[in-house]
Write a protein that binds this ligand. Sequence first.
Ligand SMILES: C[S@@+](CC[C@H](N)C(=O)[O-])C[C@H]1O[C@@H](n2cnc3c(N)ncnc32)[C@H](O)[C@@H]1O
Length: 245
Amino acid sequence: MLSIDPSKRSSLERRICDGDLVIVYERHDKVKAVRVQKGSDFQNRFGVFKHSDWIGKPFGTKVLSNKGGFVHLLAPTPELWTLVLSHRTQILYLADISFVISYLEVVPGCVVLESGTGSGSLTTSLARAVAPSGHVYTFDFHEQRASLAREDFERNGMSSLITVTVRDIQGEGFPDEFCGAADSVFLDLPQPWLALPSVRRMLKQDGVLCSFSPCIEQVQRSCEVLGAGFTGRPSFFVLFLCLSV
Ligand SMILES: C[S@@+](CC[C@H](N)C(=O)[O-])C[C@H]1O[C@@H](n2cnc3c(N)ncnc32)[C@H](O)[C@@H]1O
């Protein structure tokens, strides 16, 4: 599982076990998630690294290859997961993720709705923020992306905190079962304004919405919809992040 529980021992005190997921750090732009398996090897241009040499070592250890090359074995965190996940879509990176989680006021125990799931970069950090008792319900209309995200969350041990559902959120909105139940809603959709009427029904009083839009036209369309239907609702706080094109 990713390192998410601050009450657990620091990763430097934890020892690598057979079956653990480790982040093999060669340099800042060469980072890979590897499942430790006794009898397996990791190979790179610096040589062959035997997994059996890793077992029992503390996370953070520098290990050597048969040719004297080295890598560091890091404990997985949501930050490192964002660096190693396979990109099936554009993803959010750490600078934006930090901002989003802070402004969404996501804390342990929160219920968060997200769409689209994409590659699950933000979802993984949201899951850590709601742990251990909250939950992230994430929706994507693309079946294969949803299924691969589900597999990734199994792989990184976050699946108990995340439910991935295939759904067209712009067309159908969020499911009625979440009416009035969401502490926060995050949208990273091409036409977020289509989902806003549903978002309003999902949020608890004082719940927070963040819609992430890459161009100002999307932000303007969303503001128009909010202006027509959401003004004067003090329980509804809206944050728009706008990246320049
Ligand atoms: C840019 S990606 C999201 C990336 C994600 N925030 C991350 O950090 O990995 C946008 C996602 O929205 C999904 N999407 C687009 N339209 C949708 C819709 N109507 N309903 C649900 N998901 C949708 C796409 O399939 C895509 O996976």
